[in-house]
Design a protein around this ligand. Sequence first.
Ligand SMILES: NC(=O)c1ccc[n+]([C@@H]2O[C@H](COP(=O)([O-])OP(=O)(O)OC[C@H]3O[C@@H](n4cnc5c(N)ncnc54)[C@H](O)[C@@H]3O)[C@@H](O)[C@H]2O)c1
Ligand SMILES: [Zn+2]
Length: 361
Amino acid sequence: MAERVTVQVSEPYDVLLGAGLDLGETVSGRVPPGEGAILTDSTVGPLYAGEVRRSLEAAGWRVADPIEVPAGESSKSLGVYAGVVSELSRSGLPRDGTLFALGGGVVGDLGGFVAATYLRGVGFVGLPSSLLAMVDSSVGGKVGVDLPEGKNLVGSFLRPRLVAADTRWLGSLPGSEVSAGLAEVVKMGLLADGGFLRELGRVVEARSGEEAALQSLVSRSVRFKAGVVAGDEYEGGRRAILNYGHTVGHGLEAAAGYLLSHGEAVAAGMVAAARVSSEVFGTDLSETHEELLVAAGLPRKVPAVEVGKVFAAMRRDKKRRSGDAPGDYRFVLLEDLGEPVWGVRVAEDQAARAVEGVLER
Ligand SMILES: NC(=O)c1ccc[n+]([C@@H]2O[C@H](COP(=O)([O-])OP(=O)(O)OC[C@H]3O[C@@H](n4cnc5c(N)ncnc54)[C@H](O)[C@@H]3O)[C@@H](O)[C@H]2O)c1
Ligand SMILES: [Zn+2]
């Protein structure tokens, strides 16, 4: 049985989660069968595109040969985007057709942007296959591609018709990618507190691939993110809390020339944010952070980089506002577990101490 979470935005959509979903049936119960196209990547396609296609066809869909892009962030580019829309156009996907994005966050973000723009918009169904995509990127409607100048600089908001995730797909996910997804799970558990935070005790089981633990953490995360997104679809306010650990995290990622994975950078970013939080609010949550990150297989510190580069990247952050002084940064902090505050101005020297604290020396 699939679990259903409804994302209550202006046009609500469902996220269906389960182990061993009958995808054709699951999808067709909500989106009437018609013409479909599958976008996937070179790792996920050979593993799952065949079964997804057969299942959709058995439910009455007409599905063209899957479009496969190279696995990895480099496919979130305008060049690959152009190739995909051309291919859809050649295969003749009509305006009432549906694009299925089967893969991680890269395929989801790219596919969503394709679906938002090809013929000014076709139907979109997310089939997230990585843990990060299941718990984070497939929910919330942000889609887009990168530019050479920076990540996610071109994009839009798109409401999918449906998101369906078969947690069995996680069985083939490399351990480092499981940890990357767990970084966002830990983030949301710290923001949520209560039952979700306690459930983070199962991170270790989830890491070793235990299905019930994975299922439960995915479900908690999707429900949490759906709730935040529903309250602030276009990120005018509270949705910003989802950037916890990401201000410093993005700075570290950029300063390390993207040798650091997003999950590792966010892990260290959360430790830095916890330190600033304890200075500002007097509640020391560092130990809670560190224990959870170790359990998730994530570092608490990252190889040293030039602090100046971290700040240069933080200054370019999209979340900065036009009136901000050059030496001020906006942080999401935790007043306590489950009590995030966002848009907190932190001066450069305080931010610098926190960044220094997460660098290996
Ligand atoms: N739209 C949003 O709100 C949002 C939120 C967070 C992240 N993102 C974006 O998501 C992207 C990162 O997502 P990601 O971590 O899923 O990256 P990804 O799509 O590159 O997937 C990571 C790797 O895992 C492989 N993979 C995926 N599923 C697999 C499976 N079931 N079995 C084996 N291998 C599998 C992929 O081929 C890839 O090599 C970034 O581009 C980021 O900007 C978007
Ligand atoms: Zn993230």
